[in-house]
Design a protein around this ligand. Structure first.
Ligand code: NAG
Length: 214
């Protein structure tokens, strides 16, 4: 019985760790502000950046690097919520391409411009700047954004090249096979669990009917 339980628990933990996303939330506000910090984001991780309009300086920049891996090339950005309606602040993102023949792309969110989200880029470095109007006496702005590595079939905002498309198809296929095998194993485990249970409780049916009659 113990072996059965161990195998099942082990399998469940394996599956959970395969699909887990670790989210780290950091704030640009107040004393714990992460302004001027740099972050490394690994596959399966997400960095959640938030501000409720209390950034200590009128300029706050955060550098974000995403780790390269076989499955992940580039960075994705999503603005989950934002309010810059009073025009006191602007959120500017700059994707940095080192040594590539691709120009850096700047996008902004403010009271007069809005970026289409989520977007992804082949860049591995992203600079996020929150620029607050020095002359605003009572600035009211806020935002919540997520940065994560572009992995597998994440959306690509820029038209993808043929090579990238082929790679994407390949990754989707691999992903499908992995999910298929996982599902197959899940069903096998279910049967295995049932078998384990009945093997260890051979009198279960008899006991049940006795109890219900009593
Ligand atoms: C964001 O700012 C708007 C306008 O000041 C406010 O109505 C809203 O509650 C704020 N949201 C958060 C999450 O602070």
């Amino acid at each position: 019985m113990k072996t059965c339980v161990c195998v099942i628990v082990g399998f469940v933990l394996m599956c959970v760790s395969a699909v887990r996303v670790d989210v780290t939330t950091v704030s640009l506000d107040g004393l714990d502000s992460v302004c001027s910090n740099a972050y490394e984001i690994k596959e399966g991780n997400e960095l959640h950046l938030v501000s409720k309009g209390m950034v200590p300086k009128s300029m706050c920049g955060v550098r974000l690097n995403v780790q390269r891996s076989q499955n992940c090339r580039g960075v994705c950005f999503n603005l989950r919520s934002s309010n810059f309606a009073d025009c006191s602040a602007r959120l500017v993102t700059t994707e940095i391409h080192f040594g590539e023949m691709v120009s850096d792309v700047i996008r902004a969110e403010s009271c007069k411009e809005s970026m289409e989200v989520p977007w992804c880029s082949s860049a591995h470095t992203l600079i996020l700047d929150l620029i607050v109007d020095d002359t605003a006496t009572n600035p009211k702005y806020n935002f919540s954004a997520t940065v994560y590595p572009r992995c597998g079939d994440d959306v690509v905002y820029r038209p993808p090249s043929r090579l990238a498309m082929e790679e994407k198809t390949k990754m989707t296929l691999i992903h499908g096979i992995v999910v298929g095998i996982c599902l197959c194993f899940a069903f096998l485990m279910l049967f295995f669990a049932a078998w384990c249970y009945y093997k260890n409780h051979p009198n279960r049916g008899y006991t049940m009917s006795t109890v219900s009659k009593a």
